[in-house]
Write a protein that binds this ligand. Sequence first.
Ligand code: PLP
Length: 395
Amino acid sequence: MAVIYLDNAATTPVWPEVVDAMLPYYRENYGNPSGIYEFAAKRKKDIQNARKKIADSLGAEEQEIYFTSGGTESDNWALQSAATMAGDCKKHIITTQMEHHAILNTCVSLEKQGVEVTYLKVNENGMISPEELEKAIRPHTCLISVMYANNEVGTIQPIEKVSYVAKKHHVLFHTDAVQAYGHVTINVKMSGIDMLSASGHKLNGPKGIGFLYVNKDIDFPPFLHGGHQEGGKRAGTENVAGIIGLGKAAEIAETMMEEREEKVKAMRDYLMNRILTEIPYVRVNGSRKTRLSGNCNFSFQFIEGSSLLILLDTDGICASAGSACSSGQSSPSHVLSAMGVPDDIARGTLRLTIGSQNTMEEIDYTVECIKKHVRKLRAGSPEYEDYQNKNLANQ
Ligand code: PLP
């Protein structure tokens, strides 16, 4: 049975053109970019070309892009460097309650080192308030880190407003754009972003490669000590094939962004409409307006999302109960809790994230499978039976 892959926020299929671009760097062009002979030195040029493509895609300069092992490392680097740059005085970071754990757990680690952290609340749509952000600023605030788009509910934050507040108070602004880069147009200069994290495997590139953009005016500390790679800031022999793959994925993402957005959004809206009209007691989590085009996040009342996932798996459908990292845990997602979704509703959550490789036929099949399984799971639910009986008694 062919797999229907609807978990594109967890990772994406690598485009064949990306694999084709990478293969020669394993097979023939395997030289270490630090070598002085031409066979190796050419790899340095290839890396620079990829760096330029990525810089161009963000309106940045080449020297502002630092390759990393992915989003987690970029997030760690951004937060830790802001704390280091603040020196020995009191330090304060502002972030949000709905960040990815790459941010939240770095904050927890920094708190243990004496850094104060404010976790901004979000509203029921998963949006932060720029006014609340401004109120949270203290004299020793050294960083604001607000994600560009959320991995569970897809909401896109008001990045320009956040950056306006940050600039007004002379505070650095970092954004975790792991879910957004390659999917929405980002211009770091126009948006006033000082640091930005991205990851290759979320835009049909390889896993284990990402980058951190850092504005060239910021004198930030190295993350890995050793050789001179990445301007001496992130030592270690470069993941050449990964970098080439990421560059290619960024190039493809840029050229097909509009077409992709239109296609994915049409499937997403169709899926949402069918689920909301054909299944009772279901809600969409997250803003309907400012949302990544491929993200659907539903909560089905009276069922466990994990049971639905298992049944969908038997139909060959790959979905998620929330983020890849939090699915498998029995506690409700921290993102939905932050949005005030009651635990009993949050437990019935299913995230479907659509990619441009998906088809309307797959969506139709998925809707039919969800309808069938939700009906079956509710038929075995004492809460659902109780609810129906109460309804009947009230009629
Ligand atoms: N930040 C966000 C918003 C994510 O969605 C993810 C991965 O799901 C990460 C960070 C971590 O990225 P990576 O898997 O490249 O370490």
